[in-house]
Design a protein. Structure first.
Length: 190
């Protein structure tokens, strides 16, 4: 009987110890996950590798026309992300050159996103159900109203990867950033 009670007590202690270790592990990893999620969100616009851009040519005065790829759960969400990424690419990474165009430099420095974090959070706000979104929407237009199809709409595990052709009002975007004090005017310092 003594061995039975001793075994039962040891089992109960092992269970409590395992439960405490599991709880401790969960509590220590949750803040790390939350922090890394913030870091990923914060770095969303900085990485040039996160944008798949193919320059299609020069648009009307002061505009850039290019194809951009994006991935999200639905086609509509991927289209919204592509528009956002198109403006972010112009702001933070610039556009690559092609056979028809020269490379376009980034409007902002990488440090500007951190320096003006509150501004960019509001600027890049996704559209709500009523269609109201951040100011970035004023600077990007799709060149067609048709949803992406064929090779420009690929269903993948967990969502869709799409490509849309966009026109970004590059000069207007730069002027807006100058007005808001995010970047210095081009002639500043001469």
């Amino acid at each position: 009987i003594y061995i039975y009670h001793l075994t039962k007590k040891i089992m109960k202690t092992k269970y409590l110890f395992t439960l405490m270790l599991t709880t401790l592990f969960c509590l220590t990893t949750l803040p790390l996950d939350a922090q890394s999620a913030r870091s990923v969100n914060k770095g969303m616009f900085k990485s040039a590798a996160s944008y798949e851009v193919q320059v299609l040519g020069v648009g009307q005065d002061g505009t850039k026309v290019f194809r951009i790829w994006a991935y999200d759960k639905t086609v509509e969400a991927a289209i919204n992300k592509a528009k956002r990424d198109a403006v972010a690419a112009c702001l933070f990474s610039g556009l690559p050159g092609s056979g028809h165009t020269n490379q376009t430099p980034a409007i902002c420095k990488l440090s500007d996103e951190e320096t003006h974090e509150a501004f960019f959070q509001e600027f890049f706000a996704y559209p709500d159900r009523k269609g109201n979104g951040g100011a970035y929407l004023r600077f990007v237009n799709r060149t067609t109203d048709e949803p992406p199809s064929g090779k420009y709409r690929v269903q993948m595990k967990g969502g869709y990867k799409i490509a849309i052709d966009v026109q970004v009002m590059y000069n207007n975007l730069r002027s807006y950033m100058e007005e808001k004090g995010i970047v210095k005017k081009l002639g500043h310092g001469f």
